[in-house]
Design a protein around this ligand. Structure first.
Ligand code: GDP
Ligand code: MN
Length: 377
């Protein structure tokens, strides 16, 4: 969940990191009015979730409100690395004396957080790191201890940043830890000619697991390049991950679904997705799941693998039968029911006698059948 620059700035400001005054607009007229409020001369910045906007023509200085309107008109609708510009931010320009990079990221390999800082901010940090690795400082941050005043001074000092940046390092750590972020970056953090420290650009990536309590950012925070089927499934509350195979898979329990993927792969076929319906084998969940899977053009057959536990097989079978009332089955559906009330469940499906529904009682057999049906399609 990446935030837009203007959203990241909002978080910075809330945590006491100074940012230039700015407004976000989505039309040239609004840009002109906003520029006037901001003092006339403004920086016009495309709001897209990608870096390197400056080089791509997405950051421009406008000398007056009329120029701001013209620049906004040119930028709106522009494509920057595959991202369409739907809004621009107008910011008060600042005279910079120095540009730095500061950020925190999760180091999964080391199981800790990293402070990353450089006195050579402005350009993309990956570039600086590749060309002049010594110019980028990385220091682990103990999540229990956090960024103390002392630690902030150490980070600033070892990166060659002025000591006035230390408070920003502490506040940025607060943004990371208190706002459910996995990554926070300020590039550039600048020292202005009149000695202020300001965040001119920001990137914040929120932890997707915290989505349920991050509603304030709205659907905007969702990845605009995400898979459309995954987005549809997520909107329906399904636990679905798209893969690129031909056998669609529905199971109950993440472990069972994972092993179903393996068994299908073992039969020489490729799973088209992961879909765990968990304990929710209702007709609605089954219908939603089938609809999503069947709208994947790569899917040639679907395998439903259920081990009845708390959710008994007859409930799942009822769910399938009801789902078939609303979903037009276009591909063969192989069903394996085992566990609690399996016999009753199988009888329900037998009674329905849908020509495209095949029942197989073992997991191996069902996977093999689904793979054969996909192969024959
Ligand atoms: P990015 O290219 O997507 O990282 O966009 P930035 O917001 O970082 O803008 C690119 C560059 O434009 C920055 O590194 C700054 O050098 C410059 N820049 C952006 N805003 C201002 C500003 O208000 N004043 C000055 N002097 N430079 C700015
Ligand atoms: Mn930047």
């Amino acid at each position: 969940m990446d935030l837009y620059e203007h959203q990241a700035r909002q978080l910075f400001a809330e945590h006491g990191i100074a940012v230039p005054r700015a407004e976000v607009v989505d039309s040239a007229d609004a840009a002109e009015r906003a520029a006037r409020r901001l003092g006339g001369r403004v920086v016009v910045k495309a709001q897209v979730k990608t870096g390197g906007r400056g080089k791509a023509g997405g950051v421009k200085l406008a000398a007056d409100p009329a120029a701001a309107a013209l620049t906004a008109r040119q930028m709106l609708g522009m494509d920057i690395k595959g991202h369409r510009v739907r809004a621009v931010m107008l910011a008060e320009p600042v005279d910079t004396a120095a540009e730095f990079y500061v950020g925190y990221a999760l180091d999964r390999a080391a199981g800790t957080f990293l402070a990353i800082a450089s006195a050579e901010g402005g350009t993309e940090i990956e570039e600086v790191a590749a060309n002049r690795p010594d110019a980028v400082t990385r220091m682990p941050v103990d999540p229990e201890e956090g960024v103390t005043e002392e630690r902030a001074r150490e980070i600033a000092e070892s990166a060659g940043l002025p000591p006035e940046t230390a408070p920003v390092l502490r506040r940025l750590w607060q943004v990371l830890t208190r706002e459910d972020a996995l990554l926070v970056e300020v590039n550039p953090l600048v020292r202005t000619v009149d000695g202020r420290i300001l965040a001119l650009d920001g990137k914040v990536t929120l932890d997707g697991n915290a989505r349920f309590r991050q509603h304030r950012w709205g659907a905007e925070a969702d990845d605009p390049h995400g898979d459309p089927l995954e987005a549809e499934a997520a909107a329906k509350g399904l636990n679905y991950v798209r893969l690129d195979g031909e056998v669609g898979i529905i199971g109950n329990g993440a472990g069972l679904v994972m092993s179903t993927l393996d068994v299908v792969a073992g039969c020489g076929a490729r799973p088209a997705n992961f879909l765990d319906i968990g304990g929710g084998a209702s007709a609605r969940v089954m219908a939603d799941g089938l609809r999503v899977i069947l709208s994947d053009p790569g899917v040639k057959s679907v395998l439903v693998n259920v081990f009845g536990g708390i959710t008994a097989c007859d409930v799942v079978a009822d769910g399938i039968v009801q789902a078939l009332e609303t979903v037009q089955l276009t591909k063969p559906l192989v069903v394996r029911l085992d566990g609690n009330n399996a016999a009753r469940g199988r009888a329900i499906l037998d009674a329905r006698a849908h020509p495209l529904v095949h029942q197989v009682t073992t997991m191996d057999g069902a996977a093999r059948r689904a793979a054969q049906l996909a192969d024959a399609a």
